[in-house]
Design a protein around this ligand. Structure first.
Ligand code: SF4
Ligand code: SF4
Length: 319
């Protein structure tokens, strides 16, 4: 299922977390001819408002879409396309848009004129890859109005004390992951563990979605090159915390009525592949119509897979 919208592609390195940027690495592996620091608009510029042959939006009501995963939403070189991005988001008040940036000082001047205290369908996220980035960005991010805010600690490069942000009452989600692809730097289990504990203290969702290629636990280093293995190890760690989806209000694009749960997309999961995935609470689930789907398993709801997960935990503990 598509859960990423990249209206533009390419980026200029900005801080320590960008040193081994995965977009640069993937462009290189895929033989992309244009330089990765050249920013250009993609064919997906208006993807959220595109429709299928039956006239239905391709993105369903209630889905969560991550925006600009191969660039930065508030990059100044993308100023010319950002109004179109906002227009698409405005036209789909039934979809959750998850925006992420390292360029926190650029946000305020690049919000749409009718932003007010934030839009009901937008979750604004800042990246904090290390303590220094957090200390610089959080005081600015704290001043920006938004209906839902999160912090993405990826690639996590140091322990980070998130207390000033989590105690502010503004943050509803922390996501974290390690570094991958070229020259990945190690990440320590204890850093994730401390974040999880702090999120528990404030009842804030914590999603450890992947370990990164090099995970250090105590004095032992682990090499985990495959992302599905990383997501499984993170998911099985017991560190993830989920207190419910961010409290955003989704509305019907035609008549603006508030959508009831039965009008929203219900994520469905593969009982084997999704069982311990650290991404599960953030993703839109498996697409029942996906041609690559493993049809030997009946897809199950979030509640069913949570029960399976708990039962599997007990089995592993020998209870
Ligand atoms: S901001 Fe993100 S996309 Fe841009 S260079 Fe840094 S890591 Fe890469
Ligand atoms: S939960 Fe399932 S569908 Fe979602 S990211 Fe993990 S494996 Fe993929």
């Amino acid at each position: 299922m598509r859960d990423i919208w990249n209206p533009w592609h390419g980026c200029v390195k900005y801080s320590e977390g960008c040193r081994n940027c995965y977009m640069y690495a993937l462009d290189n592996r895929r033989g992309v001819k244009r330089p990765s620091d050249e920013i250009y608009v993609t064919k997906q510029l208006k993807y959220p408002v595109s429709k299928d042959r039956k006239g239905n939006y391709k993105i369903r009501a209630g889905e969560r879409i991550r925006v600009n995963m191969t660039s930065d939403t508030f990059l100044e070189q993308a100023d010319q396309w950002r109004d179109t991005m906002w227009d698409c988001i405005r036209e789909r008040p039934d979809v959750i848009f998850w925006l992420l940036t390292k360029r926190v000082p650029m946000i305020q001047d690049r919000l749409p004129k009718d932003w007010g205290l934030g839009w009901d369908n937008v979750m604004l996220n800042m990246t904090a890859e290390n303590q220094r980035a957090f200390d610089e960005r959080w005081p600015v991010f704290a001043q920006i109005p938004a209906k839902a805010k999160g912090i993405c600690c990826a690639p996590l490069l140091s322990p980070i004390d998130l207390e000033p942000a989590l105690s502010s009452g503004q943050i509803c989600e922390v996501s974290a992951g390690g570094e991958n692809y070229d020259n990945p730097r190690p990440c320590h289990y204890e850093w994730y563990e401390a974040m999880s504990e702090l999120c528990g203290k404030y009842k804030i969702n914590f999603h450890w979605y992947e370990t990164g290629t090099k995970l250090v636990m105590g004095k032992t280093s682990h090499f985990i090159p495959r992302k599905p293995d990383q997501a499984k190890i993170a998911g099985m760690s017991g560190l993830n915390r989920f207190y419910g989806r961010p409290n955003l209000i989704l509305r019907d694009p035609k008549d603006s009525h508030i959508l009831a749960p039965d009008e929203l997309h219900v994520p469905m999961y593969n009982p084997i592949h999704c069982l311990h995935c650290g991404n599960r609470d953030m993703c839109n689930g498996c697409d029942p119509a996906c041609p690559q789907r493993d049809k030997s398993y009946r897809l199950v709801t979030a509640e069913e897979i949570t029960k399976l997960d708990a039962a599997d935990d007990l089995w592993r503990q020998g209870k």
